[in-house]
Ligand binder design. Structure first.
Ligand SMILES: NC(=O)c1ccc[n+]([C@@H]2O[C@H](COP(=O)([O-])OP(=O)(O)OC[C@H]3O[C@@H](n4cnc5c(N)ncnc54)[C@H](O)[C@@H]3O)[C@@H](O)[C@H]2O)c1
Length: 299
C-alpha cells in the first residue's frame, strides 16, 4: 500500500531526546498532528523546555507568529502510552538511544503495534538500515531518514537498504522538503551517511590530538574555527551532539585512537557531563567559552 504526503495525518516520533523533540517539533510546524513517545516521562520536561526555547527563537527570527506557536503546541502530544502512540500513525521516525539491541527491541514492539499503512524510518546516526530492517517486521517500508539539528543544520539523509521499496525513497525525498530540510539521497548503505562520514574523520582527528596531548581542547577548536570561520570547533560540536551518543559511536570503532578517545569521553559521562543537554561537557552552557568575544583571536 503506497501513501502520498497528502495522506499523512499523524506523525509518530519515538524518543523525546535531543533529536526526537526537534524532528517532532518541525513535524508539528509543518502541519502534522505529531505524537512524541518515550519510556521516560522525565524526558518530556527537558523536551518541553527545548521546545519553548526553539519556538521563541523562531518568533524572534520572524519565522512564526504567536498564533502559529499556539497551533504548533496544540498539534504536539507527549505520551508514554505505546499503543495510543501507535494508533493510526501514518509515518514514524525513530530517535531512541543509539544502541542496536535497544533499537531492534523498539522496532519489534512498534512493528506489532502500528497499523499496516505506517511508513517506518530511523534517525540512527551510525547504524545501517539493513541492521534494523528485519526487526520492523516490514523491511520494504523501512528506510533511514536522518536529520542533523533540524533548525540550524537542515539537511536530511535518505538512505535505503537493499530491500526498501523505491516509492518509499521518492516519498522521503518529498517528505524531507515538506519538513523544510534539504534531502540528500545516499545511494548505497554507508556508515555515517554523507556528512557524518566526513564529520567522523574530523572528530576522530580532534580526539586523537587531545588524547596524544598535542593540543588543548580550546586550541583544537580555535584552530578549526579560525581557519574556517566557523561558530564552533570539533569539541563544541561534540557537546551539541551529546557525549553519550559520541561515546556509543567511538567505542564501537576498534582502532587504538578511537578507543583512547572513547575512554576520555567515558570520564565525562561518568561525571554526568553529557554536553549541552546537561549544561556541561567540554564547555559549560548556556554560555560556552567558544562563544565569547576574542575566543578565536585569543585577545
Ligand atoms: N544528537 C544528535 O545530534 C543526533 C543527530 C542526528 C541523529 N541522532 C540520532 O537520534 C537518535 C537519538 O539521539 P539523541 O541525541 O536524541 O539521544 P537522547 O539521549 O537525547 O534521547 C534518546 C531518547 O530515547 C529514549 N528512549 C530510550 N529507550 C527508549 C524506548 N525503549 N522507547 C522509547 N524511548 C526510549 C530516552 O528516554 C531518551 O529520551 C540516535 O539514534 C542518534 O544517533 C542524533
Amino acid at each position: 500500500m503506497t501513501l502520498q504526503i497528502s495522506e499523512i495525518k499523524k506523525v509518530l516520533i519515538l524518543g523525546a531526546g535531543t533529536l526526537g523533540l526537534r524532528v517532532g517539533l518541525q513535524s508539528a510546524i509543518s502541519g502534522f498532528e505529531t505524537t512524541i513517545y518515550d519510556i521516560n516521562e522525565q524526558a518530556f520536561k527537558a523536551a518541553i523546555k527545548t521546545q519553548d526555547s526553539i519556538l521563541k527563537m523562531l518568533v524572534r527570527n520572524g519565522k512564526l507568529n504567536e498564533e502559529a506557536v499556539e497551533q504548533v503546541k496544540a498539534r504536539l502530544t507527549f505520551t508514554t502510552d505505546a499503543q495510543a502512540a501507535a494508533d493510526d500513525a501514518d509515518f514514524l521516525n525513530e530517535s531512541v538511544t543509539e544502541q542496536l539491541d535497544l533499537k531492534r527491541d523498539v522496532w519489534r514492539q512498534f512493528g506489532e503495534l502500528c497499523p499496516e499503512k505506517t511508513i517506518f524510518t530511523s534517525n540512527t546516526s551510525y547504524l545501517l538500515p539493513s541492521q534494523i530492517a528485519e526487526s520492523t517486521g516490514r523491511p520494504s517500508r523501512f528506510c533511514c531518514f536522518h536529520f542533523h539539528d533540524v533548525f540550524y543544520a537542515n539537511v536530511v539523509d535518505v538512505m535505503p537498504h537493499e530491500g526498501t521499496a523505491t516509492w518509499i525513497v521518492d516519498f522521503l525525498m518529498e517528505m524531507g522538503r515538506v519538513l523544510q530540510q534539504t534531502p540528500v539521497y545516499v545511494k548505497k548503505e554507508n556508515t555515517g551517511y554523507i556528512f557524518n562520514y566526513m564529520l567522523m574523520a574530523l572528530i576522530g582527528a580532534a580526539g586523537a590530538l587531545k588524547t596524544m596531548d598535542i593540543g588543548s581542547i580550546e586550541d583544537i577548536d580555535r584552530s578549526w574555527m579560525g581557519n574556517f570561520k566557523m561558530d564552533m570547533g570539533p569539541f563544541g560540536v561534540l557537546d551539541t551532539v551529546g557525549l553519550d551518543t559520541a561515546w556509543h559511536i567511538t567505542s564501537n570503532q576498534p582502532d587504538k585512537k578511537s578507543q583512547s578517545f572513547a575512554a576520555l569521553l567515558k570520564t565525562y559521562i561518568d561525571a554526568g557531563k553529557l554536553g549541552v543537554k546537561t549544561g556541561e561537557g567540554f564547555y559549560t552552557y548556556p554560555n560556552p567559552k567558544y562563544k565569547e568575544e576574542g575566543f578565536v583571536s585569543g585577545l
